[in-house]
Design a protein around this ligand. Sequence first.
Ligand SMILES: NC(=O)c1ccc[n+]([C@@H]2O[C@H](COP(=O)([O-])OP(=O)(O)OC[C@H]3O[C@@H](n4cnc5c(N)ncnc54)[C@H](O)[C@@H]3O)[C@@H](O)[C@H]2O)c1
Length: 352
Amino acid sequence: MLSKKSKTSKPVEIYQGTIKSFFKEFKNILKEKKIYLIVDENTIEHINYLEENFLVTSTHLKLESGEKNKTFNSVLKIWDFLNRNNIKSSDLLFILGGGMLTDLAGFAASTYKRGIEFIYLPTTLLAMADASIGGKTGFNFQFLKNNIGTFRLPKAVFLDTTFLKTLSKKEIDSGIAEVYKHSIIGDINLWNYLKENTKELDFEYIIKSSKNLKLEIVNQDPYEKNIRKKLNFGHTVGHAIESYLLDTNSPALHGFAIAKGMIIESFIAKKENLLGENYFTEIKTILSNKFKSYLNFQIDPIAIIKLMQSDKKNTKSTINFSLPTKIGEVTINHEIESKKVKSYLLEFFQND
Ligand SMILES: NC(=O)c1ccc[n+]([C@@H]2O[C@H](COP(=O)([O-])OP(=O)(O)OC[C@H]3O[C@@H](n4cnc5c(N)ncnc54)[C@H](O)[C@@H]3O)[C@@H](O)[C@H]2O)c1
């Protein structure tokens, strides 16, 4: 069954249900269109499910998965594929993959011939709960996460949890980290649900809650001038950790870098007298327990500071944070001098 469409999601349609149920809404559009598809070596196995339920045949391009392939070179491969197939504005590009692929191929589609229509079929929990919503596309450049990108909404997003059946537990857990983030920045009920249900989670519920929270924010501030910055909680430090580890033998999954980022930024919020000790302890305990086997990163705090300074949101002398003030609330544009951030990080890592 299709859940009802979000009224706030215009102009992008976000459907939650099964591919078969989306087909009913789309069959008239699909009849007239040629379908092109971007997949990776792990999502390619879902083409059959898609084609059978959508009654389409498609021409696909298979890219290599992994954050290290979220590069300009992969963008070139997509543009080349679109060119070789002479894709027209009347055609449709489906992107079947996790957040890496939706960001990357969303970027390629948003820039090819000044933008062609594309539909996201997110296949990871992280992409369903977060990355496919809100229109940010991009790729990594010179060791900086999402250094190049656009804001461009897909024509539609199809959230079908059937895809999650082939996803590893580790990747599911990485997605859950972003769900925790959404709960901390604005949904205390979701936080309590996650706290009480540590083993079995209702994916439909957590995806719906996450999606709704993100939509509510991005619809008010699509270009991140103001409250969309709330979504950056955990990401100032988290992205720096992810960038730092990107080219090492043990890169961090996005969600785990963000989980560590949330713990460290909650510590910073406590040091800045924004967050009470009790809330900090609760956030740290819950996240450390949930993600304990994933957060033992070997990090050089000084390198992390440098990476944060190169982030587009920061300057050399100050770093801009979105910090929690309690569970369910976050404050934005909290600028802290780099020197101070450095001392907080050193203190955190000394006791970590
Ligand atoms: N645009 C945004 O607003 C936004 C928000 C959050 C994160 N992101 C981006 O999302 C990316 C992380 O996304 P992710 O966690 O989905 O990682 P991912 O896209 O790298 O996918 C993780 C792995 O799972 C595999 N996979 C995907 N679907 C599968 C399935 N159904 N079965 C089996 N294997 C499958 C992929 O091939 C890959 O190896 C990062 O690049 C991050 O920057 C973007």
